[in-house]
Design a binder for this molecule. Structure first.
Ligand code: NAD
Length: 298
């Protein structure tokens, strides 16, 4: 049993904190939202009045916040000044690599172990405790991080040193955004050529066109395994979050000098789809736009 300070109880953090409480850890939980705090209490956590209160006697601190600015500010003003020296600090938010490395540096200076550990998997995986974590931390710190993430995880992978978890996350999601767009274009073209979508799925998912985007997350309703496409693209991985991750990838590409023209194109297409009003739909809904019928999403 460990004492855990958990900060950020939104769509993802709520289920993650609950799974730590279910694993018999004492979870002091904080969020700016009163509703989130009430939900945390109902789920076995101990709501507290501030982030400082959540971390002040914690052995492990876990944060699940919207973006890099929130993470920098919460660590600089609440966590590092108030957590006991030696506490293990893990940020699971998806943020830019530079912010992750900056926080890791400040944490190390102050005598803490810090890991960036963004996740793959959405709200359902957060609730089920089946997230995949990509961890950036020193080799000798990894075992403790892996153990701390256990109750929330299906898999934990050590990506490398500080910031490597965030790098892996944005590179993985750039693959996902690009392949989903390719799969949607292929289905739309196939339809124009008179190809039955079920037959195309059977062929492409067993041929060189196979990918997670078609095999596991087929965007055509009623074809392949059950996916958000079968629920009018509700739930799943929101277009707005895919756009956030593609933007992070493009910012990182610009700063590092990497050429990512397909990632840039994917970012532009998802930005347009988001501006059309579909940010709240699953990212595979771009299929209907490519078929020329986005109105079916309304
Ligand atoms: P969310 O907006 O639902 O939750 C964020 C929570 O942080 C909110 O409840 C907010 O009140 C709280 N918060 C903000 N500033 C705070 C502060 N200073 N102190 C305490 N609490 C504060 O977001 P989410 O969907 O839970 O996502 C969290 C992170 O996980 C993001 O970085 C996101 O990119 C990433 N992520 C989300 C998903 C998903 O499917 N939702 C999947 C993978 C990764």
């Amino acid at each position: 049993m460990s004492r855990i300070g958990f900060i950020g109880l939104g769509h993802m953090g709520s289920g993650m904190a609950t799974n730590q409480a279910k694993a018999q850890h004492v979870v002091k939980a904080f969020d700016l939202s009163a509703e989130a705090l009430q939900r945390a209490e109902a789920n076995g956590c101990h709501p507290v009045a501030s982030a400082a209160d959540a971390v002040k006697d914690a052995e492990i601190v876990i944060t699940m916040l919207p973006a890099g600015s929130h993470v920098r500010s919460v660590y600089e003003t609440e966590v590092l000044p108030n957590a006991p020296r030696g506490a293990l600090l893990i940020d699971c938010s998806t943020i830019d690599v530079d912010s992750a490395r900056a926080v890791a540096g400040k944490a190390a200076e102050a005598g803490f172990t810090f890991a960036d550990a963004p996740v793959s998997g959405g709200i359902m995986a957060a609730e089920a405790g089946t997230l995949t974590f990509m961890v950036g931390c020193a080799d000798d710190q990894y075992e403790a991080v892996r153990a701390a993430l256990g109750p929330m995880a299906k898999a934990v992978v050590h990506a490398g040193a500080a910031g490597a978890g965030q790098a892996a996350k944005i590179c993985n999601n750039m693959v996902l955004g690009v392949t989903m767009l390719g799969v949607c274009e292929a289905f739309a073209l196939g339809e124009r050529l008179g190809l039955d979508p079920e037959r195309f799925f059977e062929i492409a998912s067993r041929s060189s066109g196979s990918s997670w985007s078609i095999n596991t997350y087929c965007p055509w309703p009623g074809v392949g395994p059950k996916t958000p496409a079968d629920n009018n693209y509700e739930g799943g991985f929101l277009t707005a979050l895919m756009l956030k991750d593609l933007k992070l990838a493009q910012e990182a590409a610009a700063r590092s000098g990497a050429a990512t023209p397909m990632g840039a194109q994917a970012e532009a297409l998802y930005a347009l789809f988001d501006r059309m009003g579909y940010g709240g739909k699953d990212f595979s809904a771009v299929l209907q736009w490519m078929r020329g019928q986005p109105q079916v999403l309304n």
